[in-house]
Design a protein around this ligand. Structure first.
Ligand SMILES: Cc1cc2nc3c(=O)[nH]c(=O)nc-3n(C[C@H](O)[C@H](O)[C@H](O)COP(=O)(O)OP(=O)(O)OC[C@H]3O[C@@H](n4cnc5c(N)ncnc54)[C@H](O)[C@@H]3O)c2cc1C
Ligand SMILES: NC(=O)c1ccc[n+]([C@@H]2O[C@H](COP(=O)([O-])OP(=O)(O)OC[C@H]3O[C@@H](n4cnc5c(N)ncnc54)[C@H](OP(=O)(O)O)[C@@H]3O)[C@@H](O)[C@H]2O)c1
Length: 467
């Protein structure tokens, strides 16, 4: 059996580790931090978490949980980050694979040799060989600042949402929050309780979707009645589902212009969802003032493109993240402008032994997706799944990209969007198709190369041994 290396033990990496263990695929998982959970570990010592003290999930508990490990019913529908971090930690112990994760051990470099084997260099210099690499290093930790930077100079504090940790940082300040994604919503709401003034700047409007519709979590439409249930049915054509959602949001919220927010230049479902149950309330209470985009920084003032100017102490740029893989040589694997074409967001079209877990932006949660993807990778590593021909893979990627870029607003945040239910449904179908192909081909093992011996050292001794 071939040996795999999983990079990262956030919610995606631990899903991968759990599945590979269960499916009998040998692997080692490397984690930079001293614990699992990645982004959900507030103040994570890896410096990569973008959590803040007030963070709650915006995908509901039942949408986010792994298929065979429900979150406790005592958790609220939209739990706090502490609940979520505990849930991931408990998951590892429940399925008993903590010993397969080497903590405080980042992967520094992964190089694919000509014979297909991966030379993996760890923090401290230790080198190991692997037949396959599963990438789960997350994609919400490398801040994307406004590009290009706004003209002028600001005398106050400019920060990216990645570095925001607590509302106290904004107490008594005049704050400009830029962006219409979920970070901007949360941070503007936080600021609205403690700051002297809050301005929410947007270069484009967004539909703000409430966390609850008809008294139930918005992403559990089957709870909202028979008609709404069709929203989660991938067999219902997208235009029909979109119409249903538009009607539900219109009924519940009204139009964005009613709140002084810009009219979105697109239809619902054509941008990553902005979900907030609180921002509209804070706007109508007069604690947040909507603004268009920033035009110029003028010392202690910020000028907006509509000609208005406000005095400000802090600007929080909630302008999204870059997808980066610091451990790959850029000419081998990189995602310029956040774009990395993959077959169904998992398989690299040219490199047959590197896989990506949850490198996507779902209308829905990433955890069950990472888990399903890991099963697909396990099928492949065990010879139980065969990819379609390279031509078909390329055609499929091109068709998927065309659909996505046609549907979504042009933005670096819309390079890997998927619909949760559709994706999971198609993934299941493709696993079955690939199983038939593998059966016909006699279950060939897909990979070249040699496996290294298993890693057995404990985290601390391994770190010490590595110097
Ligand atoms: C503020 C915020 C809120 C969010 N809310 C939601 C939500 O409600 N629902 C949802 O589905 N998604 C949400 N997301 C998306 C988020 O990406 C996922 O929730 C989740 O964290 C993805 O898990 P991951 O394991 O892929 O990445 P991460 O959580 O980022 O974990 C990556 C792990 O890899 C490790 N790592 C990185 N590089 C290396 C290396 N070289 N060597 C070894 N280890 C490495 C890191 O230390 C980390 O532990 C949110 C994102 C943000 C920023
Ligand atoms: N509570 C939660 O669960 C929660 C909280 C925060 C984040 N998240 C998740 O974390 C991920 C990242 O979210 P995010 O909000 O940090 O980033 P994001 O979704 O990428 O949103 C970035 C926002 O900044 C805008 N923007 C980018 N560059 C700009 C520029 N130069 N000038 C003006 N505006 C600019 C974008 O506008 P365009 O649309 O025009 O590009 C967009 O509105 C998402 O998956 C999100 O769902 C979840």
């Amino acid at each position: 059996m071939k040996r795999a290396c999983i990079i990262g033990a956030g919610s995606s990496g631990i899903a991968g580790a759990k599945v590979l263990q269960e499916r009998g695929v040998p692997f080692d998982c490397y984690e930079k931090s001293d614990r699992v959970g990645g982004n959900w570990v507030f103040g994570n010592r890896n410096g990569m978490s973008s959590s803040y003290s007030t963070l709650h999930i915006n995908t509901s508990r039942e949408r986010m949980e792994y298929s065979d490990y429900p979150m406790p019913k005592s958790f609220p529908d939209f739990p706090h980050h502490t609940h979520i971090a505990k849930y991931f930690n408990d998951y590892v112990d429940h399925f008993g694979f903590r010993d397969k994760i080497r903590f405080r051990t980042g992967v520094e470099h992964a190089r694919r040799r000509e014979d297909g084997v991966w030379d993996v260099e760890l923090e401290g210099g230790e080198k190991r060989e692997y037949d396959a690499v599963a990438v789960a290093n997350g994609h919400h930790w490398d801040p994307r600042w406004p590009e290009p930077a706004f003209p002028g100079h600001f005398d106050g504090t400019e920060m990216h949402s990645h570095y925001y940790t607590d509302p106290e940082e904004l107490r008594g300040k005049r704050v400009v929050v830029l962006g219409m994604g979920n970070s901007a919503m949360d941070i503007a709401v936080d600021a609205s309780y403690v700051a002297d003034a809050v301005y929410l700047g947007a270069r484009r409007g967004a539909y703000i979707i409430p966390k609850y519709i008809a008294g139930k979590p918005v992403d559990q439409p089957w709870q909202q009645g028979r008609l709404s249930a069709r929203l989660a049915d991938p067999r219902v054509p997208f235009p029909v589902r979109r119409k249903l959602l538009e009607k539900a949001v219109e009924k519940q919220v009204g139009s964005m212009e009613d709140y002084g927010l810009p009219k979105p230049d697109h239809r619902l479902g054509e941008a990553h969802p902005t979900v907030s149950g609180r921002i509209l309330d804070r706007i109508v209470h007069g604690t947040i003032t909507p603004k268009p985009n920033i035009a110029e920084l003028q010392g202690d003032r910020v000028a907006f493109v509509d000609g208005s100017v406000v005095e400000a102490d802090v600007i929080v740029y909630c302008t999204g993240y870059k997808i980066t893989f610091p451990f790959f040589d850029e000419d081998l694997i990189s995602a310029p402008d956040n774009d990395l074409p993959l077959y169904r967001r998992v398989f690299h079209p040219e490199i047959d032994n590197v896989f990506f877990l949850a490198l996507l932006q779902p209308l829905g949660a990433t955890m069950p997706i990472a888990e399903a993807q890991a099963h697909w990778v396990a099928d492949y590593l065990k010879g139980e799944y065969a990819l379609p021909s390279p031509d078909e893979v390329h055609r499929d990627i091109a068709a998927e990209r065309k659909r996505m870029f046609e549907r979504y607003v042009a933005s670096k945040r819309h390079t890997m969007q998927i619909d949760f239910d559709d994706y999971m449904y198609e993934l299941g179908r493709e696993r079955r198709r690939g199983a038939d192909r593998a059966r016909t081909a006699g279950y060939p093992l897909p990979l070249p190369g040699r496996a290294g011996p298993p890693v057995t050292a404990s985290a601390d001794s391994a770190v010490a041994a590595a110097g």
